[in-house]
Design a protein around this ligand. Structure first.
Ligand code: HAM
Length: 431
């Protein structure tokens, strides 16, 4: 048997109803906050992620699905391509490529699959889905303002509430600007020098190339050492400190709760100033339901103009996992309102006509109609209607067609009435 590749999975009904519920709800929230959808390619040039996310990050150094293009055209040959491990770099690339700043401040969202070659476990997959949002634009349009950070965080609190996730924690930090981080990295180098020999091979390498990445280390034996290292908060300059204070002031004013976590540095290199994660207790080891932050220098790093930005990505798989603790997928699946049962030879065409009339009726906006087959005996039609949880069964037999009135049975109560064609819609769709 051929199975889906390791770390990938099939999303099946009824679970897909929860996914659709989540996506419909977040689309409503994005609309209310004036975000617009952007769709970028699922693969990009490898260089985009190397420059955007950072060569030293786990994502770029270990986890990307990368290949060399074997295209026929000379221009394709040898180009290194990568399945996107995240979408901030892709959206900023599109922002630069299409000169989207000409439209002022831009608020984008996207929903789609990402790919990372990680060790699969609960809540961690090689193909996973992100709901991503980015606010990016010229500083003159206000994109560098702490008001944007606070608005993004308030949006997230609203979005999680609307979807029905309770018990989340917003963890907040500031990772400062590049100058602050240069000082912090220096201090880390110094602090690591006497102890790094006792740490894992990755940390030994990071201590030289990019000491900040030591905080990504998951090796249990290294954690006591990491606990003793300095924190970024001691190195923030005045403007970064003021920015961070203002974000917190607005969050306090609007009543979005947060906890400060000075060890939160995030696993991607583009972050500046505000960095955050929302965690959820029910998720086990992979407890980050989403992460994000500000990336004021990313556009320039990718060859674009100055364009401060901030955004987040929700792990949709993890969001749905958390939801499943309280809501079953069954509860959001819409069951058929009516099962139309043609009874006997020649009845399929009459049933099809009735189904078409009902489906196109002005009252039929959210109605679900299932159509049986004339080859089924009545008993089999009833069983099928029952199995799918239909509310009514509508019998289309020779007598009914001749009278142009049809037997309609309410399956839960067993009540059966004969309803003229013209009154069927009222009867089925209104109740
Ligand atoms: P990230 O923290 O790498 O950030 O990923 C965001 C979220 O994606 C995580 O919190 C997690 O819920 C989910 N996620 C990551 N890897 C996996 C996986 N292997 N399986 C399942 N879920 C996963 C970013 O990707 C940034 N681009 C976020 C951002 C947007 N920052 C600014 N704008």
């Amino acid at each position: 048997m051929i199975k889906s590749p390791r770390g990938t999975r099939d999303l099946l009904p009824p679970d897909t109803a929860l996914w659709n519920f989540v996506e419909a709800t977040v689309r409503d929230v994005f609309r209310a906050y004036n975000f617009h959808e952007i769709r970028t390619p699922i693969f990009e040039s490898t260089e985009l992620f190397a420059r955007g996310v950072g060569e030293e990050t786990d994502i770029v150094s270990k986890e990307m699905f990368t290949w060399e293009d074997r295209g026929r055209a000379e221009s394709d040959k040898g180009q290194s391509l990568t399945l996107r491990p995240e979408n901030t770099a892709g959206i900023v690339r599109a922002y630069i490529e299409h000169k989207l700043w000409e439209r002022g401040l831009n608020k984008f969202f996207s929903i789609g699959p990402m790919f990372r070659r990680e060790r699969p476990q609960k809540g961690r997959y090689r193909q996973f889905y992100q709901i991503d949002a980015e606010v990016i634009g010229p500083a003159a349009a206000g994109s560098q303002s702490p008001a944007r950070d606070a608005e993004i965080l308030e949006l997230l609190a609203t979005l999680l509430d609307r979807v029905g996730i309770t018990g989340w924690t917003l963890e907040l930090n500031s990772v400062g600007c590049p100058e602050d981080r240069a000082k912090f990295n220096e201090a880390l180098r110094l602090a690591l020098a006497p102890v790094v020999g006792k740490m894992c091979a990755d940390c030994q390498r990071r201590a030289v190339t990019n000491p900040l990445r030591v905080f990504d280390c998951k090796v249990p034996e290294d954690q006591p050492i990491i606990e003793t290292l300095p924190t970024i908060s001691q190195f923030l300059d005045e403007s970064c400190r003021a920015h961070y204070e203002e974000v917190k002031n607005i969050l306090n004013a609007v009543g979005v709760p947060y906890v400060e976590n000075q060890r939160l540095v995030r696993g991607l290199d583009y972050y500046t100033r505000t960095a955050f994660e929302f965690t959820h207790g029910g998720l086990g080891a992979q407890n980050a339901i989403l992460g994000g932050g500000r990336y004021d220098g990313l556009s320039e790093a990718l060859g674009g103009p100055a364009a401060p930005g901030i955004g987040f990505a929700i792990g949709e798989d993890r969001l749905v996992l958390s939801l499943m603790e309280t809501a079953s997928a069954e509860s959001v699946v819409r069951k058929p309102d009516v099962y139309i049962a043609p009874l006997g030879a020649g009845m399929n065409r009459h049933a099809a006509r009735l189904a078409r009339e009902l489906r196109r009726h002005e009252l039929a906006a959210n109605v679900v109609i299932e159509l049986g087959d004339e080859a089924f005996r009545l008993k089999k039609s009833f069983e099928a209607a029952d199995k799918m949880g239909a509310r009514y069964i509508l019998i289309v037999g020779e007598n009914e067609v001749a009278a142009d009135a049809f037997a309609l049975k309410h399956l839960a109560s067993g009540e059966q009435v004969t309803v003229p064609r013209g009154e069927l819609a009222q009867r089925i769709l209104r109740t």
